[in-house]
Design a protein. Structure first.
Length: 189
């Protein structure tokens, strides 16, 4: 686990044989392939005024503070692009953190709303301890992309591991969203 920039650097230096990164629409590395797409959601406390609105508009959401990731990080940039795609940009920042437990607590305390992968707070939404705001868009999601350096794209061990990871680890993620649809080995050939 490392920053996006360090991952790409390590791959280009030949120190990593297989990596995974996040992207919004466009691939961040030549030769990468989408493994799955993770839908996003907006989350508030069930007691937050946003939760009382049947279908809040983007303009209504922009009035409220957001709990965001740290500025100038890869994930923050991706989430900002996804939020902009549904018209929710320029919100006041209530807090910046990359600690998911801190995000959860801040949401539950009503400090602001958060944008996160739907899987992150699915249990909290199902139990009623958190509310998912009914807002969606054609690309309100983040892709998980697999990066195999060019020198390994025909290596059976590396592509075998890539196929295994894509089919086993990302199977649940792919089942709930759109998957790449083609085995990693076929995509890399």
């Amino acid at each position: 686990v490392m920053s996006h920039e360090k991952l790409l650097s390590e791959i280009s230096l030949g120190r990593i044989d297989l990596g995974y990164t996040l992207a919004y629409e466009e691939p961040q590395h030549p030769g990468s392939a989408r493994v799955c797409t993770q839908p996003l959601g907006l989350y508030v406390s069930p007691h937050h005024p946003i939760a009382q609105l049947p279908a809040p508009s983007a303009a209504e959401l922009r009035r409220w503070p957001i709990i965001a990731g740290p500025a100038h990080t890869h994930l923050r940039g991706l989430l900002d692009k996804a939020l902009a795609s549904v018209g929710v940009s320029g919100c006041p920042i209530a807090m910046e953190t990359d600690l998911i437990d801190a995000v959860r607590e801040a949401v539950l305390l009503g400090i602001g709303f958060a944008c996160a992968f739907r899987r992150t707070f699915a249990t909290a939404v199902a139990t009623g301890t958190m509310h998912r705001v009914p807002i969606d868009g054609p690309r309100f999601a983040i892709d998980i992309r697999q990066v195999i350096p060019h020198r390994h794209r025909r290596d059976r061990e590396v592509t075998g591991l890539a196929d295994y990871l894509a089919s086993v680890i990302f199977r649940g993620a792919a089942a709930e969203a759109s998957a790449a649809g083609t085995p990693a080995r076929a995509r890399q050939a």
